[in-house]
Design a protein around this ligand. Structure first.
Ligand code: TZP
Length: 355
């Protein structure tokens, strides 16, 4: 009856993994529907277990398990999402094993099969509900002017190595084919250095290169339409007014790129500068929103933008137009590292100082 040891081990594995993810639904997402789904899963496991003629736990012999130590060798988890994914994988694998062996041992494999499908669905739902832990603080955006320079890719890579946390590929004057080539190159580079790649506007391109997300302007496809195709990829929205920001945040945008805060020569069709007070207004109303300030941000004014309540800033010319782009990134990084100090004293600078 060694095979019932396999069943017992996998029942335990499935239950343990389920408990880990169930706690997320219950205590972290506070979601009753998820809680009820997990309850249903536990019942299916119980029914599956009872369908064997002999109780599988009677065959447990943990002390002679030749693979027992392998569980301790599991890799480290860098964030909550990794904990969830690893545990769902564990549950799904165990359920597959249970399904196969119960066919052989005259248990009811349908219980495990049903549980496996519910688990796949739950994984998708939980991952969509999880806030994405992305560091948006130093967000570099490309522009056609700088993309003309053949050395731009090595410049971008140096900037990433100096501390850029998100890269957006934004090109307006290129053919789709050229954009595909460039985006593929940047995809490889951002993967190598472990930062997200966002594609401006072009959802098709984002999907083609498997980018982490898309940035949408006010005239582009709506958030709802984009979401249907992009699933759990990042969706950022441009806003220039409080009303646009509110709408984007309430629709579920992962972040807003708010601006132009200051006048900028980089975006020809930009809205008039909206000033720093608008950042503070949004922050006060939406304390958890991810607000990325954009437009005319440089080493002199970026500290004030953070003080106004932004989580970070997106820059084009202050980095790519600098004589020393990676040096500029390092200086921005120093400013961001002093963030806590900026927050001491007055929490948000709500005065409408002229830029
Ligand atoms: N969206 C609003 S302003 C802007 C974009 C893409 C351009 C920002 O460029 P710069 O050079 O950092 O002002």
């Amino acid at each position: 009856m060694e095979l019932l040891r396999i069943v017992d081990a996998n029942l335990n594995r499935a239950r343990e993994g389920l408990r880990v993810v169930e706690e997320i639904g219950r205590f972290y997402l506070n979601d009753r529907e998820l809680y009820l789904k997990f309850k249903q899963l536990r019942h299916l496991l119980k029914d599956g277990e009872k369908s064997f003629e002999t109780a599988p736990y009677l065959f447990r012999q943990s002390e002679i398990d030749v693979g027992a130590e392998s569980d301790y060798l599991e890799s480290e988890r860098k964030n909550l999402n990794e904990v969830i994914t690893a545990n769902f994988k564990r549950v799904e694998e165990s359920l597959r094993v249970l399904e196969e062996y119960s066919k052989l041992l005259r248990g009811k494999s349908e219980y495990f099969k049903q549980a496996r499908f519910i688990t796949y669905e739950l994984e998708k739902v939980i991952m969509l509900k999880m806030p994405k832990s992305i560091d948006y603080s130093l967000y570099l955006v490309t522009d056609d002017v700088y993309l003309k320079d053949p050395s731009i890719f090595s410049v971008i890579e140096q900037c990433i190595m100096s501390g850029v946390t998100v890269l957006q590929y934004r090109a307006k004057e290129k053919t789709s084919r050229e954009m595909l080539r460039e985006a593929e190159r940047l995809r490889e580079m951002t993967k190598k250095h472990g930062i997200p790649l966002i594609i401006n506007e072009r959802m098709d391109l984002a999907l083609a290169v498997d980018a982490d997300g898309v940035h949408m302007g006010q005239d582009d496809l709506t958030y709802e339409k984009a979401k249907r195709y992009l699933g759990d990829r990042i969706i950022g929205i441009s806003s220039s007014t409080y009303k646009q920001a509110k709408e984007a945040i309430e629709n579920g945008a992962d972040y807003i790129g708010h601006g132009p805060i200051f006048p900028t020569p980089t975006k020809k069709d930009a809205h008039p500068a909206c000033g720093m007070k608008s950042i503070a207004d949004i922050r006060i109303e939406f304390p958890d929103a991810k607000i990325i300030a954009i437009g005319g941000i440089n080493l002199e004014n970026s500290e004030r933008v953070i003080k106004a309540g932004a989580d970070g800033f997106a820059v084009v010319s202050a980095v790519l137009g600098s004589v020393d782009p990676s040096g500029a990134v390092k200086r921005f990084k120093d400013i961001l590292e002093g963030r806590e100090k900026i927050y001491e004293g007055e929490r948000y600078d709500t005065t409408n100082k002229s830029p």
